[in-house]
Design a protein around this ligand. Structure first.
Ligand SMILES: [Zn+2]
Length: 429
């Protein structure tokens, strides 16, 4: 690396601090709430203007007929590309543009993006408009300092990460935007803290379990068969055998927080018997034995486990319950599944970001894995790209919280890390 030029790059990023603040504020002031998927077109148009000015070519892609897409709430995405003066590898920064609902207990306006004591406050500052802005500033500074570079830089703003990514990265990956013949390195600037590299995430399996019963008059329950009692037996068996067993399944994946470094199961919801009435209903329930009880489970699993294993653990549990209850019958329906993924710490993108963190922050990064999934799942599964990490500014714990913020210093530091990563990955001299 040419020391003078890398120093010029770092200086250029420092000098762009005000621009970085204004860019983040402008992005946060476009409220892209999901659900329902507000203002996706507006934020893409804003990014389009900005990136065209910096010499990018842009493409708008609407995820037609993806879940949630309709004429009122179209799922718009933008993919911007800047080609260097010679052919070479492409580095892609992917950020989602959607933010989650505001929720209660804010002490500031969630869409004013006020700058207070070096922090920008608002919904989506940390997750992840601050990361998107940092990647734009990094790419623009790199292009100014290395106008003769080889390769390409892509920046995408994608929809719906918070609701599964089907109207965003999954849709683009299915159409070849995340494929190894087009893109070689992917950085997702999710808020993982500026000194950590996130290599991947645990797996997920969601399913609905239903126990069956038989309706009868509630005064003579012996004439019916109570589906809720059957589900009670299922929960009992979970407490007795499943939860203790999950606790013992530890992983070599460096999942943070520490509590998630094992298999987990959340009972997401449980419903049996009559539907709940509206709040203003003043009548009494009628006397019935419930003939159905449904439970949704959210099972997070490890690289050391396979999906068939995870599923048969539950069917075996249900069969054990059945062996002790003559009337017990159940159904189980798959709702959703995602394989765990973990990029090799020695993958080129991870090595480059590691080296950049060392130069900017003077220490080695911590390698982590996320307890929940994010868009890397689609880049891995559909795009079959293994050279992908998440790296970006912001404190992970603040995501989705009231008074969410991102600190300006963190954004500047991670923009520098992104800039130096570009130098290394594109072999710029
Ligand atoms: Zn996010």
């Amino acid at each position: 690396m040419n020391k003078q030029r890398t120093q010029a790059l770092l200086t250029a990023i420092d000098q762009a601090t005000d621009d970085l603040i204004e860019l983040t504020q402008a992005l946060v002031r476009i409220p892209t709430l999901n659900p329902p998927g507000d203002n996706y077109r507006e934020i893409c148009e804003f990014l389009d203007l900005r990136l065209k000015k910096s010499g990018f070519n842009t493409e708008f892609v609407r995820a037609v007929d993806a879940p949630g897409d309709n004429d009122r709430y179209p799922r718009w995405n933008i993919v911007a590309r800047h080609d260097g003066s010679n052919r070479g590898e492409c580095v892609h920064f992917n950020s989602h543009t959607d933010v989650v609902e505001v929720g209660k207990n804010w002490t500031v306006d969630p869409f004013a993006a006020d700058l207070i004591d070096g922090r920008i406050f608002g919904r989506g500052t940390c997750d992840m408009k601050g990361g998107l802005a940092a990647s734009i500033i990094a790419a623009e500074a790199f292009i100014r300092v290395y106008p003769d570079y080889s390769g390409a830089i892509e920046i995408s703003g994608t929809a719906d990460e918070e609701s599964g990514g089907y109207g965003g990265v999954a849709y683009l990956a299915e159409r070849g935007y995340f494929a190894t013949d087009r893109v070689q390195h992917v950085i997702i600037p999710e808020p993982l803290n500026k000194d950590r590299i996130c290599l991947g995430h645990r797996g997920v399996w969601w399913a609905e379990i239903e126990t069956h019963g038989r309706i009868a008059h509630g005064s003579m329950p012996f004439l019916g068969d109570c589906a809720v009692r059957h589900m009670g037996a299922v929960i009992n068996e979970m407490e007795k055998s499943l939860f203790p067993a999950l606790q013992l399944k530890r992983t070599a994946m460096p999942v943070v927080p520490e509590g998630a470094r094992q298999s987990t199961l959340n009972i997401n919801s449980l419903h049996g018997g009559q539907s709940e009435q509206e709040d203003d209903y003043t009548g009494l329930p009628s006397a019935c034995v419930p003939d159905s009880c449904k439970m949704i489970i959210d099972r997070r699993f490890l690289m050391e486990e396979s999906i068939p294993e995870v599923k048969s653990e539950i069917t075996e549990l249900l069969d054990r319950v059945k062996a002790n209850r003559s009337d017990f019958s159940y159904e189980i329906n798959d709702l959703f599944e995602v394989q765990p993924t973990m990029t090799d710490q020695q993958a080129p993108v991870s090595v480059a970001v590691t080296d950049a963190i060392k130069s900017v922050l003077g220490k080695a990064p911590e390698y982590v894995v996320s307890p929940g999934t994010y868009d890397q799942k689609h880049i891995d599964r559909i795009g079959r790209m293994k050279n992908c990490i998440a790296y970006g500014p912001g404190i992970l714990d603040l995501a989705h919280q009231p008074d969410e913020y991102v600190s300006v210093d963190d954004m500047v530091d991670s923009a520098k890390v992104m800039g130096l990563s570009l130098v290394q990955l594109l072999n710029a001299q």
